[in-house]
Write a protein that binds this ligand. Structure first.
Ligand code: PEP
Ligand code: MN
Length: 279
């Protein structure tokens, strides 16, 4: 029989470890870790029209933050790398129009100044979870950091990465599960929802879930979003595009605005049913 790590420690008899106190991370007035948070938007900023339309629709559906990639970490250097500085201007305009807080990815410590002009939250992507110079530099900022789990990272490695930011004096870290690599090929990654309650026993930091990259399949986003709520996630990160088949990146996993409307309504109903709040 496989032995669970708790056997021999006495914990198996004592029951699960009690959850730690929870840290609330303020993002532009949203209390992440207390209130359930919806972060939505396109994989990549492609044009002012595409971004603004998406921003207005996800805002109307009740999203709290707009996500959109300006600098994209692509597997191939010949794939679309993001619009860069132009995308940051588009995100700024979308924030001015909708009031949504902006979440966008930073890959290099040298980008922090430029991206920090626009981003309310610095996203660290899966491929950069152990980019230690980047994490250290983000630790010197006062801006919230959304730290995605590396696709091959254990909980210990993920929390170690978070410690790099915390050690610099920035305690505003939000963890994001986005799927890990397994042998399964019917999904892009395997969304590890067990990490949500497991992380609770180890860290006070909020934990959100990204079923878009976690599954890579638009048909699986709604059920896995509901499962994430049931597992105790503090929020969701969802890719939304006005015309997913024509998206310049991650076309298979982006929801239409109409599908996001339905998802947001279902998620809110489940959060409320479970006694949570989603203002
Ligand atoms: C993204 O959120 O656009 C992204 C690239 O995600 P990940 O780092 O999880 O692959
Ligand atoms: Mn993407």
């Amino acid at each position: 029989m496989e032995r669970n790590g708790d056997f021999g420690s006495g914990r198996a008899l004592a029951g699960p470890a009690p959850p730690l106190p929870r840290r609330v991370v303020d993002v532009s007035g949203h209390a992440v870790g207390r209130d359930f948070v919806l972060i939505a938007g396109p994989c990549a900023v492609e044009s002012p029209e595409q971004t603004l339309l998406t921003a207005r629709r996800v805002k109307a559906a009740g999203a709290h933050m707009l996500r959109g990639g300006a600098f994209k970490p692509r597997t191939s250097p010949s794939a679309f790398q993001g619009l860069g500085a132009r995308a940051l201007e588009i995100l700024r305009a979308a924030r001015d129009d909708t009031g949504l807080a902006i979440v966008t990815e930073v890959m290099d410590p040298r980008q922090i100044g430029e991206i920090g002009e626009v981003a309310d939250v610095f996203q660290v992507g899966s491929r950069n979870m152990q980019n230690f110079p980047l994490l250290r530099e983000l630790g010197r900022t006062d801006r919230p950091v959304l730290l995605k789990r590396g696709m091959n990272a254990t909980l210990d490695e993920w929390l170690g990465a978070a410690d790099y930011v915390l050690a610099g004096g920035n305690d505003r870290v939000i963890l994001c599960e986005r799927g890990i690599r397994t042998f399964e090929t019917c999904t892009r990654n395997t969304l590890d929802l067990s990490i949500v309650p497991a992380a609770r026993t180890r860290t006070p930091l909020p934990v959100i879930v990204d079923p878009s990259h976690g599954t890579g399949r638009d048909d699986l986003i709604l059920p896995m979003s509901l499962a994430a709520v049931a597992a105790g996630a503090d929020g969701l990160l969802i890719e939304v595009h006005p015309d997913p088949p024509r998206a310049w990146s991650d076309a298979q996993q982006q929801l239409t605005p109409d599908a996001f409307d339905a998802l947001a309504a279902a998620v809110r109903a489940l959060v409320a049913h479970l006694g949570g709040t989603c203002p």
